[in-house]
Design a protein around this ligand. Structure first.
Ligand code: HDE
Length: 712
């Protein structure tokens, strides 16, 4: 994670945005017309006690502007957080693509990224179990390229036609608008269990990927297979990957539920704080490239967005890095108004016939038209390209440009043919030519009918603790369904993926796995379709494991930005604490004192220390590790408040590293933690480095079984 100097980051995009920003320092309050305002607190009345007069243009402007502040929230991905940054290329990949951002290593391409949850409303909590959006807008020299991806490499459905069904099933139920930002309800599982193409993305959501520790610690994927086109016009298939420099890490479900109460802005705040602190989030950019002639070489169809290409089969080539180094100036103007369209591409990149991608190419422009209200949404500062745009599209709501001249059509002679077309040699975009000779047909390719192999591969590739989490997640989610037939259908389906998993879930639900299902399970087919042909095929075993699918195989080499709670009160022992704090901070962690009150506390060397949070305002789930300094006076104060014992017990339950110094051990003894001396991530008067090494591991998952007995 880069720590850069605090000088204001600049880029072509940031400079362009600066022209649209408004600074209010030392300015008079005015109306929209620039009239200086003398009173913005009282309406114009007939006498001090009213009535209010129709004449009051100041009241009218203020109130009507307020009345219209809201725009429709995104139909999906309503809850999101954005940041600015840049993309740098390690080495040119001109053999695959002619795209400038992938051939010119001297460029720093400005980006704006928006992370999001999918199902919840704009104000919903960050730690819902859900897919996360990972949308990147590259402001390139050849126009804007949007890579609108997710934190999971596959999608729920294979055809855009099913998107409204999928989203209607997961959103709050239409009769009572319950539940908010949660997939654990009947309509979702009714759909999932009837449209078995959903199973692969679904098991990813049931895994720890559905509850990330931070946006900064999740992968990103373009999902669809795209095309790269090089200077010679040769095409390669490509999948896009983002790999977080800090590794891929998640919280536990118990934490997620509690974080949603303790700080529903947890991910938003985490991203904001890291950037403000100069600890800039970074992702490496990777590509999986498949030669055109290898299109049909795999056991799955490259055009099927419910399939990934295992990295064991096609390794990811790392070609660049993205750094986020600036928070938005204004949430609405930037994060809310940013409009991503998968159809925004640049020469060197092209689409495939993936039927989901094809539908997305229509949907996103349509949704921006209704959300932002005008075809001029590209003129909103955050959406403007960094290169000029000229065409004959005109007028519409909120036109902010003044197009000059007599003509607005092509071809023309009155304007000497301007704006004129660009030849390919001048960077003009042309579509990759692909021969298609086919019947017009409303159907699905049989090569899309394998719904079980990759969910099974995913489950097999997980570490035992990850598998436990998946089983718990299924049990929780299905436990929230009220219809036994839906639960049983899901059990039958999960059993096709993995018997052991299905058995655990069935035990948790107190149900039996049905031997057979009455009707054909997949009903996402046409009324006259050959039913058998579209049922999920028996699973294939083309690969034993793919290590890239497991978070156990991620990076564990840094504690940068990890939040360490120091539980202390007046009189805590400075001598032993000082080297610990220094070592943690040197390694990039953020050390925060959690005291019985706010303000500051005094150590046994009479120095004042700023308190980051009073115990009543915070919770252990907001931290990565706990440190309890010594000093009897301090520890005795902590022992008087039951919340400290809860704090430390809960951290233990969530498998976090804990270190105590001197008298700090008394707090451990007071807690629910038993046999802590045997735990490899609990330290009593140990070296700071041991504590740091344990934090690097993210969690001590070996503790999971003991931890489950902790009653907090
Ligand atoms: Fe989206 N999706 N989507 N989606 N999607 C939207 O566009 C849609 C899909 C994704 O931060 C909407 O501007 C259809 C896959 C992200 O602003 C909408 C289909 C992937 C974001 C829309 C899909 C995504 C969206 C709602 C199936 C991963 C948030 C607001 C054909 C590759 C972007 C908006 C942001 C947003 C439609 C499937 C990712 C309605 C029809 C697959 C990250 O246009």
């Amino acid at each position: 994670m880069a720590k850069e100097n605090k000088s204001k980051p600049t880029s072509k995009k940031i400079d362009q945005l600066a022209d649209s920003t408004k600074d209010f320092t030392d300015k008079n309050l005015t109306t929209n017309q620039g009239l200086k305002v003398n009173d913005t607190n009282n309406s114009l009345k007939a006498g001090e006690r009213g009535a209010t007069l129709l004449e009051d243009f100041l009241l009218r402007e203020k109130i009507t502007s307020f009345d219209h502040e809201r725009i429709p929230e995104r139909i999906v991905h309503a809850r999101g957080s954005g940041a600015h940054g840049y993309f740098e290329l390690y080495e040119s990949i001109e053999k695959y693509t002619k795209a400038g951002l992938f051939t010119d290593t001297q460029r720093k391409t400005p980006v704006f990224v928006r992370f999001s949850t999918v199902a919840g409303s704009k104000g919903s909590p960050d730690l819902a179990r859900d897919v996360r959006g990972f949308a990147v807008k590259f402001y390139t020299e050849e126009g804007t390229w949007d890579l609108v991806g997710n934190n999971m490499p596959v999608f729920f459905i294979q055809d855009a036609m099913k998107f409204p069904d999928l989203i209607h099933s997961v959103k709050p139920e239409p009769n009572n608008e319950i539940p908010q930002a949660a997939s654990a309800h009947d309509t979702f599982y009714d759909f999932v269990s009837r449209a078995t193409e959903t199973l692969h993305n679904h098991i990813w959501v049931m895994s720890d990927r559905g509850i990330p520790r931070s946006f900064r610690m999740m992968e990103g994927f373009g999902i669809h297979t795209f095309r790269f086109i090089n200077e010679e016009g040769k095409s390669h298939f490509v999948k896009f990957h983002w790999k977080p420099v800090l590794g891929v890490h998640s919280v536990t479900w118990d934490e997620a539920v509690k974080i949603n109460g303790a700080d529903s802005d947890f991910h938003r705040r985490d991203l904001w704080d890291a950037i403000e602190a100069g600890q800039y989030p970074e992702w490496e950019f990777g590509i999986q490239v498949v030669a055109e002639e290898d299109e049909h070489k795999y056991d799955f169809d490259l055009l099927d967005p419910t399939k990934l290409i295992p990295e064991e089969l096609v390794p990811v080539e790392i070609i660049g890095k993205m750094t986020l180094n600036k928070n938005p100036e204004n949430f609405f103007a930037e994060t809310e108004q940013v409009a991503f369209l998968p159809g925004h591409i640049v020469p060197g990149i092209d689409f495939t016939n993936d039927p989901l991608l094809q539908g997305r190419l229509f949907s996103y422009r349509d949704t921006q038209l209704s959300r932002l209200g005008s075809p001029n949404f590209h003129q909103i500062p955050i959406n403007r390209p960094v290169v000029p745009s000229h065409n004959n599209q005109r007028d519409g709501h909120m036109q902010t440009e003044i197009p000059k001249g007599q003509t607005a059509y092509f071809p023309n002679s009155l304007s000497m043919g301007c704006p004129h077309l660009a030849k390919m040699a001048e960077g003009g975009f042309t579509h990759h030519e692909e021969r298609i000779d086919a019947h017009k047909i409303r159907s699905r390719s049989e090569s899309f009918s394998d719904h079980f192999s990759q969910p099974a591969l995913f489950y097999r590739s997980l570490a035992p603790w990850e598998q436990e989490h998946v089983a718990d997640a299924y049990t929780f989610e299905l436990g929230k369904c009220n219809h036994q037939d839906i639960q049983e259908r899901m059990l039958w389906i999960i059993n096709q993926i993995d018997e052991n998993l299905a058995t655990k879930v069935a035990d948790g639900l107190g149900l039996k796995i049905p031997k057979k299902i009455e009707q054909p399970v997949n009903q996402a087919i046409g009324a006259d379709a050959d039913v058998e042909k579209f049922q999920p095929q028996p699973k294939k075993d083309y690969l034993k494991k793919d290590n890239a699918l497991s978070q156990a195989k991620t990076k564990f080499d840094s504690i940068a930005t990890r939040q360490i709670a120091v539980l202390a009160a007046d009189g805590f022992e400075m001598e032993s604490f000082k080297p610990y704090k220094a070592a943690l901070e040197k390694a990039g962690a953020v050390v925060k004192i959690v005291a019985p009150h706010g303000g500051s506390i005094t150590c046994d060397q009479d120095m004042e220390h700023k308190v980051a949070a009073a115990i009543m305002t915070t919770e252990s789930v907001l931290f990565d590790a706990i440190l309890v300094p010594g000093g009897e006076k301090s520890v005795n104060s902590l022992l008087k408040k039951g919340k400290y014992a809860k704090f430390i017990s809960e951290a233990f339950k969530h498998c976090k590293a804990i270190a105590v110094l001197g008298a700090g051990e008394e707090l451990l003894k007071e807690s629910y933690i038993k046999n802590y001396t045997k735990d490899k991530a609990v330290f009593v008067d140990a070296k700071a480095q041991d504590f740091i090494d344990a934090i690097k591991q993210h969690r001590n998952w070996d503790r999971m079984e003991t931890a489950s007995s902790i009653p907090v």
